[in-house]
Write a protein that binds this ligand. Sequence first.
Ligand SMILES: [Zn+2]
Length: 576
Amino acid sequence: MKSGILLAAVFATACAPQLAATQTVCASPIDTVYINGRIWTADTTQPWAEALAVVGDKLACVGSTRAIRQAADASATVIDLEGRFVAPGFQDSHLHLPGPSLNSVPLDTVTSVAELQAKLKAFADANPDFPWITGRGWGYAIFPDSTPDRAYIDAVISDRPVYLTMRDGHAGLANSAAMAALNITSGTADPPNGQIVQDAAGRHTGEFRESAHGMASGLIPPETTDARYATLVANMADAASQGLTAVHVAGASAEALALFERAWKSDALKLRMHVAVPMIPGAGAYPENHQLARPISEADLAPHIAARESFKGPLLTVASIKGMLDGAIDAQTAAMHAPYTGTDTSGLSFWDPKELNETVALYDRLGFQVLLHAIGDKAITEALDAFAFAAKTNGTTGRRHRVEHVEVPVLADLVRFRELGVIASTQPMFANPDATVLNNFEPLLGPERAPHADSFSIFDDAGVRQAFGSDFPVFYLSPIEGIAVAVTRMTAEGKPPGGWHPAGRISVEAALRHYTIDGAFATFDDDIRGSLVAGRLADFVVLSQDLTQIPPEAIRATKAMLTIMGGQETYRDPAF
Ligand SMILES: [Zn+2]
């Protein structure tokens, strides 16, 4: 970014009330000016502005409406924001694309077995040609005693195989026809780090956990490449409509990376896409086979290194690695230092600590950023141990390694995040206190651990860099919903009053930072985007409401009106 025409000097340390004192020198020619806004810049030297000017894919200047109008000549397009709130484009720092098939049943909103059965039957009746019926998004709480069983599906679909992925992606439920198609018999053994669940009588219930779920879902006939690409295109458009301009794909198979490359080469990317590739080369993105036949060597990483050379941004970037250290709380597969309350199980650590340390150190030495999924307190400790080992062994700093989800850390580990420069990659919707959180998640953790689970304040208070994401398709990818939950810890219905463990709440501005500049930091992009500063990429979103001026319970009603990525519109609301 040495181009002379982008040189802009902004002499301002003032915030909104002193905008008149701002002197803005803005190089011409300017393509477009956006005026009369309430612009939250995420830049501490000039937190608020009224207007910004775009040249090419970058911001030419940011300042007062008067100064920026003066700087633009008559040929510039002028867009009047009419007082609307503007923020840097949102970044979702942890999601999964291309996303669930457009041809599967969404079950995220289902609250009972009867509702699940009605949805499945309607979908099967409407799609008589589909050889398999797939769906995703169910939670344990909808089943009596939180116990899923294939009989519930058999009651409505028995002629075709059905496989339904649980909402956090760590388990699935098959019907009896699918069990037969998958060749699961009473003699089938559990795979390592997985479970084909049996009831007390030794009968398979149809539930598959962790690597068993990975095995089962891997045997379902895949969709065509064109169908997967159509899903990607649809989900990118949806993301842009929610104000997102950048995402970090937390683990992508070679097939998924090929789809992203196709979108990039077709000029169809609507998001800046950072892609983490699997820690075990050649493994599926999620969940992994965590068993190493032999230590990973540098030679094994040739495809990862080649991908990094091919995709260097700023639209498509491969520079990070995703590994899985444990499962999830709801399935009791997250690795805990002490057993789940009322049980004698402490979950599963997927990696041998020595192998983990050596694998992470190898990636660290080669300059990769490492993202480790760790939800239980024991897995989080193991992740930090591995990052500490890598830094010490290699003498490296500034790798910006990350722990994904970090749902139940031991409080003593917080300081290690800061000292090691490790980023907490958290998901506000995980704290949305729905029935599963209140009736399954919280009781499993018990009174010692639940109060600080999915707390967002503990990281901010400890000075730990925190980047927000959705874990889509686990949750919908709306940053607005995420901000609402981070600020209120209440459901859309306003429950529970006062919020679930309200000490974990954070301010709107803190939540905005975690969706903008902190996300950019987590992808090494904080010097080119994530804040609205002259010379940086013109990525921003215009919202229907000023999030900093409305009551917290009104946040969810906010809509993205206009999304700009690299100076180009990726979404415009019809009402704008
Ligand atoms: Zn994820």
